[in-house]
Design a protein around this ligand. Structure first.
Ligand SMILES: Cc1ncc(COP(=O)(O)O)c(C=O)c1O
Length: 392
């Protein structure tokens, strides 16, 4: 049998992640592999830590890239902070809050969940009530719920968590690199992210950061961390300190990719990067609204990098996504959970957040909608987006 060589089609990744990867990042990943204790690789690790601190806006010493995708970052934070019987409050307003609660229960936490319909966010008072009822060691929230397109404000909640003596854990998988994530200013104790969203690197690593309070809690554990692979007390000796002891063989070339992706983020600068994500979101929004398409999330909580919109009445979800992919090479995401079949998730993450993609997508969508029999003013989407860019 002849197996085919890997020759993936060229796509424009405008879904919920992975996002488009810059050629410079792919080139870094194709560099010669070195050993995981090679002085060159140790230097790359040091630089990666320093760049991650800048992107997370933190001085936290314990900041590194966990080997594994965003979910590994989630598990790493939870299994290191939670001992069996510890109390945790988890906010579920989408798929990833649900995953966090599942992971916490598997780690032996006594979990109290608070819930909001998909697309909504938590207000500080309901988190305060849950803290009062449960006295948690850890409160876990998702900053950018990729499954719904909603952005959770964190500052006020952080004050409440700390006033009650708890630790705040935040999922920044989709937010990091696309909107401000201010770990130190917001007093976040543990956060995890992923490489494949607004950092525009392929999936495979999970940046994490822990505050000194979180490290103290980890150092005060009475039981061993339930996961050998993700035990930060060992992993951190590989990433820093005198010994740089072997723990596991780091995915070398994946780390090369992240290093280059972070260099690109810092070359652009965080404020400029955040402004770019917002500008393209606003133009896309203008275009979608001109095509009669509505957002599924209230305006003040919308994610700029993940636009969750309602599928127009009578339009076949799968057929449109299929045509976008087959005829235009554009991937967008389907709705998840209760939003399945009702929403599309249009990503503008990292490298994919460009004027070119916004205008191309609006033209392609108009084509699909016309074919689906929708009555739209020809060119309205692209024109509205162009006007939005003019106004910026
Ligand atoms: C908010 C959020 N949390 C966690 C994850 C899990 O990350 P991964 O799929 O990289 O394991 C994702 C992935 O889409 C996500 O969007």
């Amino acid at each position: 049998m002849n197996y085919s060589p890997v020759q993936p089609p060229r796509r424009i990744l405008m879904g919920p992640g992975p996002s488009d990867v810059a050629p410079r990042v792919l080139a870094a990943m194709a560099a010669p592999t070195v050993g995981h204790l090679d002085p060159y690789f140790l230097r790359i690790m040091d630089e990666t830590q320093a760049m991650l601190r800048t992107v997370f806006q933190t001085e936290n010493r314990l900041t590194l890239a966990v080997s594994g995708t965003g979910s590994a970052g989630m598990e790493a934070c939870i299994v290191n902070l939670i001992e069996p019987g510890d109390r945790m409050v988890v906010g579920i307003n989408g798929v990833f809050g649900g995953r966090m609660a599942d992971v916490a229960r598997r780690a032996g936490a006594d979990v109290l969940t608070i819930e909001r319909p998909f697309g909504e966010v938590f207000d500080p008072q309901e988190v305060a009530a849950a803290i009062k009822a449960h006295s948690p060691k850890v409160v876990g929230l998702v900053h950018a719920e990729t499954s719904t397109g909603a952005l959770q404000p964190l500052e006020e909640i952080s004050e409440l968590v700390h006033a009650a003596g708890g630790l705040l854990l935040v999922d920044c998988v989709t937010s990091l690199g696309g909107v401000p994530v201010e770990i130190d200013r917001w007093n976040i104790d543990a956060a995890y992210s992923g490489t494949q969203k607004c950092l525009s690197c392929p999936p495979g690593l999970a940046p994490v950061t822990f505050s000194s309070r979180a490290v103290e809690a980890m150092d005060a554990r009475k039981t061993k961390v339930a996961s050998w692979y993700l035990d930060m007390s060992m992993v951190r000796n590989y990433w820093s300190g005198q010994s740089r002891a072997y723990h596991h063989t780091a995915p070398i070339n994946m780390n090369f990719g992240l290093h280059e992706a972070l260099r690109a983020v810092l070359e652009e600068g965080l404020p400029a990067r955040h402004a770019r994500h917002l500008a393209n979101h606003l133009a896309l929004r203008a275009g979608l609204e001109a095509l009669g398409i509505e957002y599924a999330v209230a305006e003040e909580y919308r994610l700029p990098m993940l636009n969750a919109v309602r599928i127009p009445e009578g339009v076949d979800d799968k057929a449109v996504r299929g045509r976008l992919l087959q005829e235009f090479g554009i991937e967008i995401g389907a709705g998840l959970g209760p939003m399945a079949g009702k929403t599309w998730r249009i990503g503008l993450m990292g490298e994919a957040s460009t004027k070119r993609n916004v205008l191309l997508f609006l033209g392609a969508l108009e084509n699909c909608l016309q074919q689906a029999g929708c009555s739209i003013v020809p060119g309205a989407g692209v024109a509205a987006a162009n006007n939005a860019y003019q106004d910026q």
